[in-house]
Design a binder for this molecule. Sequence first.
Ligand SMILES: *Cc1c(COP(=O)(O)O)cnc(C)c1O
Length: 434
Amino acid sequence: MSETDTRTTDETERARRPGRERGRDDGKFGRYGGQYVPEALMPAIEELTDAYERYVLGNEDGFMDEFRERLADFGGRPTPLQRADRLSERYDTDVFLKREDLVHGGAHKLNNALGQVLLAKYMGKERIVAETGAGQHGTATAMAAAHLDMPCEIYMGERDINRQRPNVFRMKLNGAEVNPVTAGRGTLKEAISETMRDWATTVENTHYVIGSIVGPHPFPVMVRDFQAVISEEAREQAIEKTGGLPTDVVACAGGGSNTMGAFADFVDDEAVALHAVEAGGSTLEVDEEAGVAPNSASLCAGDEGVLHGARTKLLQDSDGQIMESHSISSGLDYAGVGPELAYLVDEGRVSPVAVDDDAALEGFHRLSRTEGIIPALETAHAFGFLEEHHEELGERVVVNVSGRGDKDLDAAIEETDKRDIDEAPDMSMFTGGI
Ligand SMILES: *Cc1c(COP(=O)(O)O)cnc(C)c1O
C-alpha cells in the first residue's frame, strides 16, 4: 500500500467515529437543526450535501488528504498541547492549553475556511462568498481563497466595517471584495441574510463559506468535521503527554465551532466533562422593551426558535423576535448557537456556563501576565471560567485557546481603562494620563 492509501484508510475510519455520526443523516440533533431555507436555496443545499458526503465523509479524490496536507503546510498544524505551569500551580490542577492561537491567521477559523474553500474547488465552483461580523471569519476565508486562487466576496455590516477597519484591510490585502450591508442594524445577522440571498441566485458557480456550526444542514456537521481536527490532535496529545484522557475540556462558545471542534472526539468519552463558556456580557437579565440582551448566552439564557436555516437556542423576546446580543468580544456576539451544542446541552453532555465581560477581561490579563500568551477576548472567557470554577474541575484540564489577542488590543485598552483589574499593567500611558 502506498502512503496515500494508508492515509485514506485513516480518513475513512476517522470520519466514522461514532461521536461524529450525530446529525449526518438528516441534519437533526434531537429537535434542533434542520433545513429551514427558502425553496430557492434547496438546490444549493442538496448539491452541497452530496459533496460533503462524497469528499469529506468518503474522501473521494483524496479530498481529506489534501485538506490535511494544506492544514499542515499553510495552516501550521498540528498545534501544540502545552502545559500551563503557572495556571496549574494557581489552581492546583494540571492545565493544558490547546494552542489554536498558533494557527495561521491567529485563530481556529482557518480550519473551517480552508476546508470549505477547498471543497468548493473540488465541486468545480469558481467563486466564494462569506459573511463576517467582526471580520475574523472574513479574514480567514479571504486568506484561504487567496491560497487556493479563488475569487472571494465578503458581506459585512456597515457598522461592523467602521468598527473593524484592520480586518477589512486584511481581507482586501488578500484580494477579497468587501460588500457593505446596510440593512437593519448593519451587523452580522444582516450580513448572513445578505450572503444567503447572493448564494440563492449564484449557486451554479458559487459556494457560501459559513463561519460556524450554524445554518442549515449540512453546514453544522461539515464545519464540525473540519474543526474536529482540534480534538483529534488534543486527544492524542493528552494521552501521549499524560498517559490518559483529560478530566475536563473547556472552550468558549459563540456560534460554537471551536467548541464543537474541541469537544468532537471527546463526546463519546463519558468520563470527560465538557464545558461551553458563553459570553455573559454585563448580565444575564434581559431588557425586553429595549429588544436588547446584554449578553450572548444563548445556551444559558436562550429559547428554542429558528434562525438562519436551523432550529436552535436563540436570544429572543416573548414575541419570538431575535434580540440584539452583546459581548465585550465581537466574535461571541451572536444571538444563536449551533444546533448540535443546543442538543448536547439538553442531553446533559455539555455544561453551559456564562462568564461576564469583567471576568473575561481579567482572564485576558491573567493569561497574558502569567503565561506569556495574549488570548483573544473570546478565548479569555474560558480563562474567566477557570478562575471562577476551578474547584469543580478534575485533575487534568484542557482549555482551547481559540485565538490570539492581537486583534483586540485597542478594545482591551479601552475596556481595561473602565475597570479596576488587579493583574492589568499600569494603563495611564495608553489612555492619555501620563
Ligand atoms: C470567531 C471566534 C470565536 C467564536 O466562534 P465559534 O464559532 O464559537 O468558535 C471564538 N474565538 C475566536 C478567537 C474567534 O475568532
